[in-house]
Design a protein around this ligand. Structure first.
Ligand SMILES: [Zn+2]
Length: 462
């Protein structure tokens, strides 16, 4: 059977990165983008170029070095933003401009202070402008998001979607910006768009669901069942407030239950765990232990009756294998007799790919450590990796004389230990700032402020 192919649009570096406590520098974003490439996502939303010089640079550098996936840059619906996004995407092999504008009455009235007519016109103009930037020889790749779509008057939403498709949008994304919708309702909304919007077949319909009621994944899947062919999601489900739809949960739901969700993605599921680990390590936001797919308890069986069943036949309690999502085989203990290959594999599973020379250094320190402590746990390894990548002194040496460390190395080591502890210990993941927080997260630059009037205050996207 030919299953419909679902485009996986990863927005960890944009929507995810905007959430409090998850900011990343350019180097970290680049490293994560390379991992997303290995993971096999179709689109990487690399940032919001006009938001800051750092975001601009991150999009530019990712565009230059990550060549397989589409690289998207976010822009509000105005020429200044669209131009800046296009400028950042210049070096991309496959650029996409992602334009957004709120369409719900509550956003139009209180946030943007514009009428529906003005909103429609602005959306159409921005998409037309974005489309015009692509050279004639290539198909323009422009996505439009009516922000707060799920609280938008449905006939008006249909009107906007129809107008942006006529203006050249190739993807229309339907954000549940505030995490308000329910699965049947969201599925129905996607179906209505397919029935009512003239020209809808020319564009890909996309989902973008927030998790305020814990329904982001369920809503995204309902969207897919009703004709959406792109899903926007993030690693570990990070994102504004309660987060976004979790990439790993969506991919594995389709893989474990093809009878209910007969769809294909290009994601290499064996890379899910290392992607999750890498993100947790970079942001120092630990994965909640009971997180589906990537939490450290996701495959742990403690109850006696479960262990008994597992030993007799893993199918008694296991709907997917740890290997299928890349969880390291815990029976494989690393010790001083472990080879370079086993070490490299475990490093990869923990989210670290090394060049030959770096691996030599990790291995050298590993052997010193293994000689001292016999059994090297993942936490030790993460600490050691952090030392190598930050150029600190050998952990084999610092471990025995911790209080004699030079201050910089002590700080590095303390950071490494706390990062490793975060990954290992049972701390529930939390994001600072609770539900309802509407703090402006990104300062707006003066240079662009005249162009946006009221809209300049609202830079956090869909
Ligand atoms: Zn969002």
């Amino acid at each position: 059977m030919n299953r419909p192919r679902i485009t996986i649009f990863d927005t960890t570096l944009r929507d995810g990165e905007q959430s409090p406590g998850c900011s990343m520098n350019v180097q970290e974003k680049l490293r994560l983008a390379q991992q997303l490439d290995r993971l096999g996502v179709d689109v990487i939303e690399a940032g919001f170029p006009i938001a800051s010089d750092g975001d601009f640079e991150a999009v530019q550098r990712i565009a230059a070095s990550v060549r397989r996936p589409i690289i998207a840059g976010l822009a509000r619906a105005c020429a200044g933003d669209v131009d800046r996004a296009w400028q950042a995407l210049q070096g991309a092999a496959h650029p996409r401009i992602h334009v957004f504008l709120a369409t719900s009455d509550i956003h139009l009235k209180y946030k943007l202070r514009i009428t529906r007519e003005r909103c429609l016109e602005q959306a159409r103009d921005a998409v037309r402008h974005a489309t015009s930037l692509f050279p004639k020889s290539v198909c323009a790749d422009v996505e439009f998001s009516p922000e707060d779509a799920t609280r938008t008057d449905i006939p008006f939403l249909c009107q906007v979607v129809e107008a942006v498709i006529a203006a050249g949008a190739t993807t229309v994304n339907i954000p549940d910006t505030v995490g308000y919708t329910m699965p049947e309702e969201y599925g129905q909304l996607i179906r209505t768009l397919r029935e009512k919007v003239a020209g809808i077949e020319k564009a890909t319909i996309s989902t973008h669901c927030h998790n305020d009621l814990g329904l982001a994944v369920a809503n995204s899947l309902a969207g897919v069942q009703n004709g959406a062919r792109q899903v926007e999601c993030t690693i570990n489900g990070i994102g504004e407030r309660a987060g976004n739809a979790s990439l790993e949960e969506i991919v594995m739901a389709m893989r474990v239950r093809p009878d209910r969700y007969p769809y294909e993605t290009a994601v290499a599921s064996e890379q899910l765990y290392s992607s999750s680990q890498m993100l947790a390590e970079i942001t120092r936001v630990p994965v909640q232990p009971n997180k589906a797919i990537t939490g450290r308890n996701a495959f742990a069986h403690e109850a006696g009756i479960h262990q008994d069943g597992m030993l007799k036949n893993p199918l008694t309690y296991e709907i997917m294998t740890p290997q299928s999502v890349g969880v390291p085989d815990s029976r494989l203990v690393l010790g001083k007799h472990s080879g370079r290959h086993a070490l490299a594999l475990r490093c990869e599973q923990l989210g670290h790919q090394f060049e030959r020379r770096e691996l030599d250094e990790v291995y050298r320190r590993f052997v010193v450590l293994a000689d001292r402590i016999k059994k090297v746990q993942d936490s030790h390894l993460l600490e050691l990796i952090q030392d190598v990548t930050s150029g600190a002194v050998s952990s084999g040496e610092v471990g025995s004389q911790g209080n004699k460390l030079p201050p910089a190395a002590a700080v590095t080591l303390a950071r490494a230990v706390s990062a490793a502890a975060n990954l290992i210990e049972a701390h529930p993941a939390h994001v600072s700032g609770g539900a309802g927080q509407t703090t402006l997260l990104i300062p707006f630059t003066d240079r662009h402020s005249e162009q946006h009037s009221d809209q300049e205050e609202y830079l956090w996207g869909v």
